[in-house]
Design a protein around this ligand. Structure first.
Ligand SMILES: *[C@@H]1O[C@H](CO)[C@@H](O)[C@H](O)[C@H]1NC(C)=O
Ligand SMILES: *[C@@H]1O[C@H](CO)[C@@H](O)[C@H](O)[C@H]1NC(C)=O
Ligand SMILES: *[C@@H]1O[C@H](CO)[C@@H](O)[C@H](O)[C@H]1NC(C)=O
Length: 274
């Protein structure tokens, strides 16, 4: 009994304090109120008759990154956004081609794309070519000369054997002459800061949220639940939304975690009562 409470508490806490944004948990149009729905980043449209936020048709999505991230609804191919049927129906010779079509199809059999379950673990990969740019479920892979290993930090890329720093999520630091993990403070413009920074961490769970400090004019780590109505949806890779339709009310809440937290909290209360 105490153990159950302990586990539930720990899982709620980790859920709330998780630092990376999990793109798999991006908001559905139906969860968005007017303001977020009309954001340039959403693939949604506000229906003023029904007062509901709805998905826009894939064929009307013009930006590839909007199309590619639109859950399993659309995919990008031949410079247009198409209706998604299955990962297998999308042609793609490599993991990268498949990710560029739909992020939920990050695997390939050499001919067409495959669903996320087919994404391989680094240690299963035997050739350096496939290994070096591969995105495993747990993060980026790297060939260390003998095995395919998971990249724990960008510094590993700039070793005596391999000297590279081309990985998304890493940057080359001239001062220390090494390859380092990206951080919010690397963004020098307010506009860039909103997108957060990519990391080499788990696939689709690899964006650190950032926030612009307008007094000191620097980009720093952000906490989504402290974001304002204008930052909430746009600065969280669409994984948080504003909780109210009334301008001066509400707060920034996670679209997925919030629901899960409530379930856990209800579970916790029931456990305590019993
Ligand atoms: C991200 O969210 C998905 C869907 O809820 C979940 O299956 C996955 O485990 C999460 N990833 C991480 C690293 O927490
Ligand atoms: C890398 O090279 C330097 C200088 O030659 C050496 O001191 C260091 O031990 C080497 N590091 C590794 C991990 O081999
Ligand atoms: C979003 O929509 C998908 C598909 O309709 C559904 O499976 C999922 O549970 C929804 N997520 C939330 C958080 O409502």
């Amino acid at each position: 009994m105490r153990l159950i409470i302990f586990i539930l508490t720990i899982s709620t806490v980790t859920l709330i304090s998780s630092t990376n944004l999990n793109i798999s948990n991006s908001c559905n149009c139906s969860e968005l109120f007017n303001q977020d729905c009309l954001s340039v980043q959403s693939n949604c449209d506000w229906n003023s008759q029904t007062k509901q936020c709805q998905e826009i048709e894939c064929s009307k999505i013009e930006l590839s990154n909007h199309c590619v991230q639109s859950s399993k609804r659309c995919y990008w191919l031949n410079k247009q956004c198409n209706d998604f049927i299955s990962c297998e129906t999308i042609p793609g010779k490599s993991q990268q081609e498949c990710i560029d079509a739909n992020i939920y199809c990050p695997a390939s059999n050499g001919i067409n794309c495959l669903a996320i379950e087919y994404q391989q673990k680094c240690e299963k990969i035997k050739d350096p070519e496939t290994c070096n740019d591969y995105y495993s479920p747990d993060g980026k892979c790297m060939w260390n000369g003998i095995n395919c290993i998971i990249l724990q930090s960008c510094t590993q890329l700039w070793s005596n054997k391999t000297k590279s720093c081309l990985q998304r999520g890493c940057y080359f630091d001239q001062l220390s002459y090494s390859c380092l993990d990206m951080k919010c403070s690397k963004h020098q413009l307010e506009f860039e800061c909103q997108f957060g920074v990519p990391t080499i961490g788990p696939y689709l769970n690899n964006i650190i949220p950032c926030k612009w400090d307008s007094i000191n004019r620097v980009c720093q780590n952000g906490k989504p639940d402290e974001y304002t109505i204008d930052q909430c949806y746009s600065h969280t890779a669409r994984t948080y939304h504003w909780s109210s339709s009334i301008f001066n009310k509400g707060q920034c809440i996670a679209c997925y975690g919030y629901i899960l937290s409530i379930i856990i909290i209800i579970g916790l209360s029931i456990t305590i009562i019993i």
